[in-house]
Design a protein around this ligand. Structure first.
Ligand SMILES: [Zn+2]
Length: 177
């Protein structure tokens, strides 16, 4: 499985969550990969967009449009790295972690049991499948046909409660793979 955090640099609780996930023991037989900070320039600056002013979660090549998704599909190096990682690993499930809308969505309906496990353990609502133009979570499923879930934490801030909630969610997901 693969977890990707901090696509948006202004979601300040997400990088600490990503780092926390790297400390979770992984059950035998599962390979788990975590990207704690997918948008390092945005994280350093505290901005949603990358250093070129592009919203990376609008830049993926599924249902892309110009809006704030960059000059072209997958124009950004961060997007290209994430695409290459997902294509290479072909994870059983990819989890895209954001803030602050307080839900978990199985972007791929087949991933509902994993989304439910994370939602229940983290105390979040499970909502119907979402679809986002140019979104990484949407491209993973609609573009590649791989299972994908979207996790939205509860605030834009870092907190012990937020970090521990998603650690529990990650552990619960690992237990159901
Ligand atoms: Zn976000």
């Amino acid at each position: 499985m693969l977890a990707i955090a901090t696509v948006h640099g202004d979601e300040r609780g997400v990088a600490p969550v990503g780092v926390e996930l790297t400390t979770v023991p992984v059950p035998d037989g599962i390979d788990a990969y975590v990207v704690p900070v997918a948008n390092p320039d945005g994280w350093a600056r505290g901005t949603r967009h990358n250093a070129r002013g592009v919203d990376l979660n609008r830049n993926f090549p599924w249902w892309w449009w110009h809006g704030d998704g960059g000059p072209d599909r997958a124009s950004e190096p961060e997007t290209q790295v994430l695409m290459s990682l997902v294509r290479r690993l072909r994870p059983t499930v990819t989890v895209w972690i954001h803030q602050p809308y307080e839900y978990v969505s199985a972007v791929d309906p087949r991933a509902e049991r994993w989304a439910r496990a994370w939602a229940d353990a983290a105390g979040l609502a499970l909502v119907p499948p979402i679809a986002q133009r140019g979104g990484g979570e949407s491209w993973t499923y609609h573009g590649l046909g791989l299972a994908s879930i979207l996790v939205e934490g509860t605030t834009r801030e870092a907190s012990v409660g937020e970090t521990s909630a998603h650690r529990r969610g990650f552990e619960a997901l690992l237990a159901t793979i």
